[in-house]
Design a protein around this ligand. Structure first.
Ligand code: SF4
Ligand code: SF4
Length: 91
């Protein structure tokens, strides 16, 4: 078999994008720090590792790489994370 005929199941970030999410995300998670009980479930479950854990176990979101999947909001036991619509041009 010639090498040209091989189709490999690979995906890569677009050249120049460097893996950052860019502008295609429709919803972003917003954490209500007043409700958060610092259980760290969102940090554990985020498939992109874009929940940032701080020294006091509070959490925040790295919006440069968050894909807006909503898993963190789904897992939060006290509903401290709300998925809010993106404003075009903002992150
Ligand atoms: S929306 Fe998804 S990618 Fe973004 S912080 Fe939550 S779990 Fe991670
Ligand atoms: S899952 Fe909810 S309560 Fe737990 S650390 Fe994350 S935001 Fe806070």
């Amino acid at each position: 078999m010639e090498e040209d005929h091989l189709v490999l199941p690979l995906s890569r970030p677009a050249p120049g994008a460097m893996g950052k999410t860019g502008t295609w995300r429709n919803y972003k998670p917003v954490i209500d720090q007043g409700k958060c009980i610092k259980c760290l479930l969102c940090w554990l479950y985020c498939p992109e590792a874009t929940i940032i854990r701080h020294e006091d176990n509070s959490v925040s979101v790295d919006y440069e790489y968050c894909k807006g999947c909503g898993i963190c909001a789904n897992e939060c036991p006290v509903k401290a994370i709300e998925m809010v619509p993106e404003v075009q041009g903002g992150a």
